[in-house]
Structure formats: C-alpha cells, structure tokens
Design a protein. Structure first.
Lengths: 322, 137
C-alpha cells in the first residue's frame, strides 16, 4: 500500500512539474525577450507585471474553434499534438534532481538510452502534423523537421555516449554518482555539442527553419488552432525543460554543488536548469535563423566531427587514469 | 545445493526491478493519455463549432489554394538519411561498450578498438564530404 502511495505521489509530482515548468519558462521568455529588446512585454493580465498572461492565453486557446481542414487526414491531424507532447512527460520521469534513489521519478537502468529514444518520438508529432495537414507549407515544414532530426540526433547520441564512457554506466543516477568536478572541462566540447544539437531538435531559434514564420507561415503547425496548437506550444517549452535538465544531469553535475551543501542538491539542479533555460531564450533573441543547408552543414561538418573527437578524448583519458 | 537457489532468486529480483521501473513508465504514459483525452473532451464542450466552406479550405495566405493538397517535393537530403541510418546504428553499439571498456583486463585493447571504430566513421564522413554530399546549392 505504501509503495503504491509512493509511486502515485511521484507520478503526481512529475505531472505537476510537467504542467508548471514549461509555463514558467514561457512567461520568463515573454519578459526576458521584452527587456532584451527594450520593451516591457505583457503588463496587464493578473496585475503584477502580467504574470497571468499565459493563463489568459490558455483560456483563449480553450475557447477557440478547432478547425480541421476538409482536405486533411482527420485522425492523424487530431492525434499529432498528443504524440508531440507526451514523450517529454515520460522523459521527465527519468531525470534525477537530487542525490540518492529517492530524488528521481523512477530509477531507469538504461537511463540515457531511454531518454534519447523517447525524446526522438516527439519529432514524430511534427511529422504527422506536417503530412496530415494536406497543406504545402505544412509539408515543407514537416520535411525540414525530418531533415533536422536526421542531422542533429547523431551528435546528441555520440556526446551522450561520451558521458556514459566517462561514468562507466548508462544510468542517469549512476552518472551523477560518479561525477567529479574535473569532468566539466573534460566534457566541455561534448556539453556544447549536446546543447546545440538539442536546441536544433527542439526547433528553437536559431534552428527554427522548420517553423520559419517569414517563409512557410508556421511550418507543420500552420493549420492548427485552439487547444491543439496550444499543446504543440506546450511541447516546445516542455522540450526546453527536458533539454536543460538533461544537459545539467549529463554534463554539469546535476545536484553536485561547489559547497557540497547537504539536502540542497535539488536547488543546484533547478538553478543550473534555469540558467540553461535563460541561455536558450538569450540565443533566440541574439541569433538570426540559419538557412536549411547551413543547418545541415553545421551538424555534419562541425558537430559530428567534434563529438567523435570528444569520444576519442574521453576514451584516452579514462584508460590512462584507470 | 543452496547456491543455485540463491542465484535464481537474485535473478528474479533483478527482473522484478526491471519490470517495476518500466511499469511506472507505463503508468505515467497512461496518465499522459488521460490528460490529453480530458483536455480534448473538455475542449469539445468549451469551444464553438460553426464550420463554413471557407474555414475548412487549406490555408494558403488567404488566396484560394492552388493544385493538389499533397504537393510533389524534391527531397534533396535523402542521402543524409542514408548517412544517418548508418551512423546511428553504429553509435548504438557504443552504449553497451561504454559501460565496460575501461574495466580491468580491457584497457588498451578496447582503446585501439575505439580508434578503429572512430576511424571507420571518420573515413565514411570524409568520403561523403569529398563526394559533395554534404553541400548543395
């Protein structure tokens, strides 16, 4: 009975994080972008600095008519947002936020493997949306999404493998247990490659070619309205939470902090994740969009060779110190 | 013969752990599906539904849609797809290897193996680059 209660509590907690964190990041993005661009951002909804803007957006989305174009593949079109969103919920379960086996939704032995595999499924939602919409812009967006996944999944996989080599385990909890501070400089190249590839997989600027609003309207999501469109947006922000959390766990030492404060491990995890999320927003404001061929070139001629080099470095250092 | 019994019992425990962690994943997936179902159901109750012919047209910036819905497109990067499949399948094998490569008795040998592996990938990439696969105009 106690076990069942424990599991239920964990699931509830993961679910609450899944529903709130993306909104917090979304609201932060509104405000940070606004201030970086010399304006105020939302100020009205909720009174204090527009804190309730996203709640208002949610109410608006729920009330909008749900239009499925006559030419669309109805079932697939309606299902796509769920396919895009749910993988990120599952990934959150495996991310440890504190030391010990108690501070993670569920210890999964093949953690890295599970996380990368499930994250890859999310892109399927965009592909389904792009194809089922029966819209030329959506189709182009869907194809660009596919191309981007092909290019950037690989460096992600390779750099994650580098961390697994360093720790000698593929369990996320095990990796954090084995973490030493000098892994930071040792794996720095891998960390950057992983983060950049993750950004590209989430289709965040400067890698937002698949949804480039100035050329293909909104890519695969062009025909969506109301709640289903909102779920796609939620998927993007949940993706940011997951990517920043994973980068923190794999490369930045997760709950390890410089002063080794007991019981405060989760604060370190959240802090590092928040800083990375800020970086994601910052990059969006700073860089112009990459062209499709530049995007492919960046991955295949820079990120993949760099991640191979990181694997070689990791292997050599690991065998030498052993 | 007590030893075999113990070993078998230990194996059962490991298997039980394995299934337990993935059954929790399954449970969370069920929660997620329920969430989406409830959201869609509630959405159906909350929103208006007034379809008109114009609304259901494919959106092409406001003018009437031209031609077929599913347009022919030239997929220029299909060669990347082959490259990706080859590389991704290769890299999957890194993970089981990564957990043991530095253990006692492996060390230098597996390191040489690693460089052979990386060499194959690097030569493949270089070949694709020289062939001009990685650039298009």
């Amino acid at each position: 009975m106690n076990d069942a209660l424990d599991v239920a509590l964990r699931l509830l907690l993961v679910f609450v994080v899944f529903l709130t964190f993306p909104l917090i990041i979304g609201q932060t993005e509104h405000k940070v972008m606004a201030h970086m661009q010399g304006r105020l951002g939302p100020m009205y909804a909720g009174g204090f600095h527009g804190w309730a803007q996203l709640v208002a957006d949610g109410v608006k989305f729920a009330q909008k008519e749900d239009v499925v174009p006559a030419g669309a593949d109805r079932r697939i079109f309606q299902l796509a947002p769920a396919v895009a969103l749910l993988p990120y919920l599952l990934v959150l379960l495996a991310i440890p936020i504190g030391p010990g086996e108690g501070a993670v939704g569920e210890v999964i032995d093949a953690g890295i493997f599970f996380v990368l595999a499930v994250m890859g499924v999310g892109v399927l939602g965009s592909l389904m949306a792009g194809w089922a919409s029966a819209n030329k812009f959506s189709l182009l967006g869907g194809l660009r999404t596919a191309a981007q996944l092909l290019a950037y999944e690989l460096p992600m996989l390779l750099t994650a493998a580098s961390v697994a080599m360093a720790a000698g385990t593929v369990s996320l909890v095990g990796i954090l247990d084995a973490f030493q501070w000098w892994w930071l400089p040792w794996q720095i190249v891998g960390a950057i490659v992983f983060f950049v590839a993750g950004l590209a997989e989430l289709q965040r600027p400067p890698f937002d070619m698949p949804v480039a609003d100035s050329e293909i309207i909104f890519g695969a999501y062009t025909e969506y309205t109301g709640l289903r469109f909102a779920l796609f947006l939620l998927a993007e922000y949940a993706g940011i939470v997951v990517l920043c959390g994973l980068t923190t766990v794999l490369f930045l030492g997760g709950w390890h902090g410089p002063w080794g404060a007991d019981g405060l491990g989760w604060v370190w995890t959240l802090l590092k994740t928040a800083v990375l999320a800020f970086l994601v927003i910052w990059l969006r404001v700073t860089y112009p969009r990459l062209r499709e061929d530049q995007l492919q070139k960046l991955s295949w001629t820079l990120l993949v060779p760099l991640s191979l080099a990181q694997i070689a470095l990791t292997g050599v250092v690991k065998v030498v110190i052993q | 013969m007590p030893e075999p019994t113990v070993a078998v019992a230990a194996e059962y425990v490991v298997a039980a752990d394995y299934f337990q962690s993935y059954s929790v994943v399954g449970l969370l997936a069920a929660v997620g599906v329920l969430f989406v179902a409830i959201a869609f159901g509630a959405g159906r109750l909350l929103r208006p539904e007034v379809p008109t012919r114009e609304k259901l047209l494919t959106y092409e910036c406001g003018v009437d849609p031209v031609g077929e819905h599913w347009a022919h497109t030239q997929v220029r990067y299909y060669v990347y797809a082959f490259l990706y499949v080859i590389f991704a399948i290769d890299s999957i094998f890194l993970f089981p290897w990564a957990t043991v490569f530095a253990d006692d008795g492996y060390g230098a040998t597996t390191l040489v193996e690693m460089f052979v592996f990386l060499g194959f990938l690097a030569v493949g990439l270089l070949y694709a680059y020289k062939k001009g696969v990685l650039a298009w105009t």
